[in-house]
Design a protein around this ligand. Structure first.
Ligand code: ARG
Length: 486
């Protein structure tokens, strides 16, 4: 049982083992053991260079920390059990390896700033990796969309058939939402640019540390500005959970669309067997479980945001142990997002839009009613008058049990004198599709332009993610930085 953080004040005898175990974050902390070891390696480098500890001790400590990092990287890290958290477990392990020297590691540092550093490094790394994966999926959607610019589908509002769109337009809408979620991940990268280490317990330290050096060793822009704020801050974690939820929401919408589109009622999409499931009882079933699961896993993303918000709400300034309960939400966000992005990536090649069914859904012409009204507007008729006239046409067609396109020209002229064969031509779904070339509309040129712009955005986000160095690359660099005094 550890006695690292016990003094005459706490009572030198050990804490009740069951309570140590109950209150320990060690199990969760292992997920960011590498971040912890990297942060400590940077810290001892600074302690050596500023002369706060002997250079030989700094070198020995760093050597062991690097060795432990390599173990963690290889999945073979073994630390003493029975510790409150990973920070104590590492110090305890160093004590075993180096004896009294290990007691120098925690100079001018608290676990309060240490855990904040670890989580910041973790969130930055995770956000960058998830952003890369997101860009990959967005690019695949963009590629998937390009050849589909004239494949017609109905768009739905209120889940009722609304207007003709192309399948490319729908797929581009998914890519657009996904990349917008990607922008929130990029925002997380902006919110993790300052280094918390050196804040100490809550007010800094009387020792002449060099926070700027630690920050630059860990590729931050600089140190955080207020120790009290820093040690109580989990806003970056909230931002990450929010970004994760946003990615999940974007994937959830794509999934909800596909679940509907693949049903016999819509039949606008065919899913290959490779991504479909069956029923254990109903032999006829071909189910879209993967997309339902993607939609369902959105709950985890949303729950993580709510959990963190609830956790930090009402906390006073400074570190509070409540903060340790941030672990599950922070740690599950990255893997959940990653696994869902991967699942979508695997599915895309197995989703096929059905042009025949799309055309059939639009054939009666009702979904082109707005286009017909706009044809009258082009002839100078006020929109509201045109809208009413077409509404009357819809009433007559429905009463007769025929489509809008099947009304006779005489009947059409009877409703509005300026309606003619030319106007009625816009009821052709393909023509309707081709005509919507307003910026952001479903016309083929408009969609290609949107896709080009999304492609550019994807490139920018990719470059932003690439700017974040990998943890192992940072460690490799650090290993070659001298620990000697400058
Ligand atoms: N395990 C703690 C956490 O994750 C580390 C900080 C503990 N600080 C303290 N003063 N007890 O939040």
């Amino acid at each position: 049982m550890s006695t690292i953080a016990r003094t005459g004040a706490t009572g030198l005898d050990a804490m009740l083992p069951e309570l140590v175990q109950w209150s320990s974050s060690y199990g969760h902390d292992l997920a960011f053991a590498r971040e912890d070891l990297l942060g400590s390696a940077a810290h001892v480098t600074m302690l050596g260079r500023t002369g706060l500890i002997p250079v030989e001790d700094a070198a020995k400590l760093r050597e062991q920390l690097i060795a432990l990092f390599r173990d963690a990287q290889a999945g073979t890290l073994a630390l003493p059990s029975g510790e409150e958290d990973v920070h104590m477990a590492v110090e305890s392990e160093l004590g075993k390896r180096l004896g009294a020297i290990a007691g120098r590691l925690h100079t001018a540092r608290s676990r309060n700033d240490q855990v904040c550093l670890d989580l910041t490094l973790h969130v930055r790394d995770q956000a960058a990796r998830r952003l890369e994966e997101l860009v990959h999926v967005a690019r695949r959607l963009i590629e998937m969309a390009r050849p589909l610019v004239d494949l017609p589908l109905p768009a739905f509002t209120h889940r009722q058939r609304a207007q003709p769109i192309s399948a490319a337009f729908l797929v581009a809408s998914w890519a657009s939402a996904l990349l917008r979620a990607g922008e929130t991940l990029a925002f997380v990268l902006d919110r993790t640019r300052l280094c918390p280490l050196g804040s100490g317990a809550c007010s800094g330290t009387s020792l002449p540390i060099d926070r700027h050096l630690v920050a630059s060793l860990l590729t931050f822009d600089g140190p955080t500005r207020n120790a009290l704020d820093t040690t109580g801050d989990r806003d970056f974690a909230l931002d990450f959970a929010w970004a994760g939820a946003r990615v999940m929401l974007a994937l959830g919408k794509l999934s909800a669309d596909l679940v509907d589109y693949a049903s016999a009622e819509y039949a606008l999409v065919r899913l290959d067997g490779a991504i479909s499931t069956g029923s254990s009882m109903m032999p006829q079933k071909k189910n879209p479980d993967i997309f339902e699961l993607l939609r369902g896993k959105t709950a985890t993303g949303v729950a993580n945001v709510v959990h963190l918000l609830t956790l930090v709400k009402g906390l006073p300034s400074g570190y509070n142990r409540d903060q340790q309960e941030d672990r599950q939400s922070i740690l599950s966000t990255g893997p959940t997002v990653s696994a869902c992005l991967r699942a979508v990536d695997l599915c895309l090649d197995h989703v096929h839009f059905r042009a025949d069914k799309g055309e059939a859904a639009l054939a009666e012409g009702f979904t082109q009613a707005t286009d017909l009204a706009e044809a009258l507007v082009r002839k100078g008729v006020p929109f509201r008058e045109a809208y009413k006239a077409v509404g009357e046409l819809v009433r007559r067609a429905t009463t007769q049990g025929i489509g809008l396109a099947a009304l006779s020209l005489d009947e059409v002229r009877d409703v509005h004198p300026q309606l003619d064969a030319d106007c009625m031509g816009v009821l052709d779904p393909r023509r309707a599709l081709l005509a919507k070339e307003s910026y952001g509309g479903t016309g083929p040129k408009a969609v290609q332009r949107t896709l080009d712009e999304l492609q550019l955005l994807a490139g920018k986000l990719h470059d932003r993610a690439q700017l974040v160095p990998r943890l192992d690359a940072m460690l490799d660099h650090l290993a070659n930085v001298p620990v000697e005094m400058r």
